[in-house]
Design a protein around this ligand. Structure first.
Ligand code: ADP
Length: 612
């Protein structure tokens, strides 16, 4: 007996769904059709698979009758018929095997292709989502969808559909043959089916619920593990390995307890079903034996009946198992399709294409709050103009909304109210891909890919010139340190650039941006302090950029040295623009916010000098 058991593909609920605005409500039952429709390009292979399935089912249905006949020929000592039927049995067995092999192959190939299509579609669905969506989910959850959920969803095409059809044919064929042999024997054997069906249904329902909770706990364990591994340096620094282990253990313990409960129930249900199966065999042999002894049935037919009955039992169990897996696959499909179908609010492909940018920026009465914290206003009516080729420094206390303005300028988010104008165009009316070709961002946290320095600097460019690459790297004060590595530009930087220092990562990020020669530069200065030498080198690169002119630069700055040369300094406090002007103008405003900030920094610097 093969009772459908739990499957590790069912993961816990994914919080990220809450971030999806246009999420389509998918009827769980209609997902199967969606999965099958994905295989429409494989119509030929599928047709071949279905043909082989029908033929193999038919020929396997014929086998038991030949097995019974051979036994009867043995009893009657009819050698010629015996030989003929043995040869036919061999022929049918070979045919069944061949059709089965082709069927398996075709379904497996279609399944793998559908899996690939789904993976690609889902990855596409993920990367086009709004940044706000990623604020509400974790990379662990998304990769779980890409791996577990996608393969669960492809399973119907991979094997379930084929198993379901084959077993349904076996079931119908088996019943027909049994009834043709003896309807009385069939009715008797059938009495054991009712309790088996009942027990299977009750167990399945109970186990489904239990396993849902178990996989939710396992998903939490996975999250805890990936968080601890991702933050391993912090874990090590605080010696919290045991705390992390306890957190992980509490989840796996809960999952194990549920798994053990399921194992008890499974073993019980299997035992009862096995007894009922054996009971059916005993009934068949007992009543069938009586029929044989009364010459109302041949011994061979009795054996044939038993073989068909075995086929019915295993087909029924397989169907139940497939149906249970289908429910799980439906859940996975819902999680996958909700993302595949969800359209981002910010469409990167529509809007007016721009071939050049002068670089004038205007923020008009800008209001904003993040989707994850709708009650917390981050920007409250900001008006700011940055002229073409000007340098504007955003300063103010932490949490004032400076980085948020940079995010809005990149259109990672759309403002809640107000507008952002770029060369007089509303940013929302422009084609974002074309805008990004003229805009460069050096974010506060430098993001690196686990490839070479060269690939990191030229990221996203299809062609570049070596001279330009080196020029950008030199400009960013990165060339010298890169050349000191034995492998130079081919040096691999490790996951998220862990093999580089913070300052080196920042200088590579500056080079990456410069190579694109953007007209508008957005620099979000890192708050984390670098070592003095790195800081000086990054600072020098930034000063060079700012001093050069010809580009509009918006920079979030924490260092007075970066800020003082800006054409315009905008002071933000709690989401409002409280002061703006040049360094000198703002210093004139005694006890203004800027003046206080400068005083505080000068105080810090003098303290440092005294400490030194
Ligand atoms: P600043 O750059 O001036 O230090 P930010 O623009 O980073 O300030 O943040 C402004 C406010 O927005 C802060 O209160 C911060 O907690 C909040 N915030 C920033 N990013 C997010 C986000 N992705 N989701 C929710 N709140 C955020």
């Amino acid at each position: 007996v093969n009772l459908a058991n739990g499957d590790p593909t069912e993961e816990g609920t994914l919080k990220g769904d809450k971030g999806l605005k246009n999420e389509t409500e998918i009827d769980q039952n209609s997902y199967l059709l969606r999965a099958i429709r994905l295989a429409k390009n494989e119509a030929c292979l599928l047709a071949c698979a279905l043909l082989c399935l029908g033929l193999s089912s038919l020929s396997s249905l014929i086998l038991p009758s030949y097995q019974g006949r051979i036994l009867d020929h043995v009893i009657q000592r009819d050698v010629s018929l015996f030989k003929r039927d043995v040869l036919l049995l061999i022929a049918f067995s070979l045919m069944t095997g061949l059709f089965e092999a082709v069927r398996n192959l075709c379904f497996a190939v279609v399944g793998k292709r559908v899996l690939k299509t789904l993976q690609d579609k889902l990855f596409m669905g993920i990367v086009i989502q709004d940044i706000a969506y990623f604020d509400g989910t974790t990379s662990g959850e998304l990769t779980s969808r890409l791996t577990n959920d996608v393969s669960s969803m492809a399973e119907p095409v991979n094997w379930m559909l084929s198993a379901l059809l084959r077993n349904c044919l076996s079931l119908v064929g088996g019943f027909t043959m049994c009834f043709m042999i003896s309807w009385k024997l069939s009715m008797l054997a059938f009495t054991t089916m009712a309790p088996i069906m009942h027990i299977t249904a009750v167990y399945s329902r109970w186990s489904r619920e239990l396993n849902r909770k178990r996989y939710a706990l396992l998903a939490e364990a996975n999250s805890a593990a990936s968080e601890a591994i991702g933050n391993i340096r912090t874990v090590r620094a605080f010696s919290t390995e045991d705390t992390e282990l306890d957190r992980f253990k509490s989840k796996t313990y809960g999952a194990m307890q549920k798994g053990v409960r399921d194992a008890y129930a499974y073993a019980g249900a299997v035992a009862v079903n096995d007894w009922l199966d054996l009971g059916a065999s005993v009934l068949i042999l007992w009543y069938g034996g009586v029929l044989v002894m009364n010459d109302r049935l041949s011994a061979g037919k009795l054996i044939t009946f038993q073989l068909y009955w075995n086929q019915i039992q295993s087909a029924y169990q397989s169907i139940m198992s497939v149906l249970m897996s289908l429910t799980r696959a439906a859940g996975a499909a819902q999680r996958v399709l909700s993302l595949v179908d969800a359209l981002p609010d910010i469409d990167r492909n529509s809007g007016t294409q721009i071939s050049k940018l002068d670089g004038e920026i205007k923020l008009e009465n800008l209001y904003f709050c993040y989707q994850m914290r709708p009650q917390h206003p981050v920007l409250q009516g900001v008006d700011l103009t940055v002229g073409k080729g000007d340098v504007c420094a955003l300063v103010g206390r932490s949490g004032g909304g400076k980085s948020t303005i940079v995010h809005l300028l990149m259109r990672f988010y759309d403002p809640t109210a107000g507008r952002i104008l770029l060369d007089g165009w509303d940013l929302r009316d422009l084609n974002l891909k074309s805008v990004h070709q003229h805009m460069g961002l050096v974010a506060q946290e430098t993001q690196m890919f686990a490839c070479s320095i060269l690939e990191n600097i030229t990221y996203g460019l299809s062609s570049w010139r070596q001279e330009d690459l080196e020029e950008a790297a030199k400009y960013a004060n990165a060339h010298d340190f890169i050349m000191k590595f034995p492998e130079g530009y081919a040096t691999r930087v490790g996951e998220r650039g862990v093999r580089l220092s913070g300052g080196q990562r920042q200088r590579i990020a500056i080079a990456r941006m410069l190579l694109r020669r953007p007209k508008v530069l957005l620099l979000d200065e890192a708050t984390s302090s670098l070592d003095t030498e790195s800081e000086a080198l990054v600072q020098q690169a930034l000063d060079r950029l700012i001093g050069e002119g010809g580009r509009t630069i918006v920079l979030v700055a924490h260092r007075l040295s970066t800020v003082r040369n800006a054409d315009n300094i905008a002071v933000l406090d709690k989401g409002r623009l409280v002061e703006q002007g040049t360094h000198e103008e703002l210093l004139m405003q005694k006890s203004g916010v800027y003046e206080k900030l400068v005083r505080r920094q000068l105080h810090k610097v003098s303290n440092r000098i005294m400490e030194d």
